[in-house]
Design a binder for this molecule. Sequence first.
Ligand SMILES: *Cc1c(COP(=O)(O)O)cnc(C)c1O
Length: 388
Amino acid sequence: MEINRAQRLQQLPPYLFKEIDRLRDEVRSQGMDIIDLGVGDPDQPTPAHIIKRLAEAAADPSTHKYPAYSGMNRFRASAAAWYKRRFDVDLAPATEVITLIGSKEGLAHFPLAFVNPGDVVLVPSPAYPVYYSSTIMAGGVPVQMPLTKDNGFLPDLGAIDSATAKAAKIMMINYPNNPTAAVAEAGFYEQVVEFALANDIIVVSDAAYTEMAYDGYRPLSFMQIPGAREVGIEFHSLSKTYNMTGWRLGFAVGNPELVGGLGQVKSQIDSGAFDAVQIAGIEALEGDQSCLDDMRRLYTKRRDVMVDGLQSLGLGVEKPKATFYVWCETPKGMKSAEFTKRLLSECGIVTTPGNGFGAAGEGFVRFALTVDEARLTEAVERMGKLEL
Ligand SMILES: *Cc1c(COP(=O)(O)O)cnc(C)c1O
């Protein structure tokens, strides 16, 4: 029997990091010592008090049943209280907060609730690949908004022609940004609200990195902007904030119609996040937050080692204010793929080619700060020996 995958899958590029993992394993099997700065997955363990809470909750039989579709009331109340403390945003837990099995899950399902075949979805380029692929899987048409260095890696809303703006159903934004590490200020978010209201566009704000910021910088939430609640939904993740990528826990907040639509899709597809994981998530959000200071100190030092090193090699790169990524220009206008390949085969360093995140990422590579300072120093030394 001939088995053909659906057109929606045939339209998708291979998932970026699956491909990078394959190349890394190939070089490693040849005996090369690999420094893996590819995937944005924290190398540090989940803080001990969160693990302890999971262990207790997992031993409690009341968590062994199907969870509530939209999440535990207590977790949603905890997420709302966290938004109030962190951003001074008031949210009704029952209607304006939903638990997710990681924010990737929510972002991937969201277009199924609002996109009809042929609807335009404005997605940044470069970007986290899920915005593009989830649009395709919902039958939508992704239209890329280039993030350029000249524009501070913010989309230029004035460059979106009025026909596209009228056809657009959703705009995806993500600050602090993966992969460029750029941040957004209130002025940009105000423009987004104005643009969305003028064109009836739903705004999806992916806020996975609001807590990963340095030198005292405190990223905003899109939800803090007047009017944002009318047009938007914001996705938050415990993955990067509390080193919980393996746990699969996130949440979305915002306009109750948008939260509700996502909830309707989810109720048909999954049956919610394990209650014990949500209970551990409450501990993460409400417990001792000194782990965040430790995390920020750790990445500040790594960032400084890496960026100072890359600058000493003459590469075009700036110190990010947020995220654990370093977005670096390739030397001498080399293509992203070529530089990435040479870093891997000649230096044993895994990076992600900028164009893998979208065409506008060409000319850059992304380093994830997921190894210790000594290994980053080693990476810079190896790069110093590359003949460019
Ligand atoms: C890591 C990441 C996520 C995914 O987070 P999960 O909660 O682990 O699914 C979402 N968006 C961006 C931009 C990310 O980098």
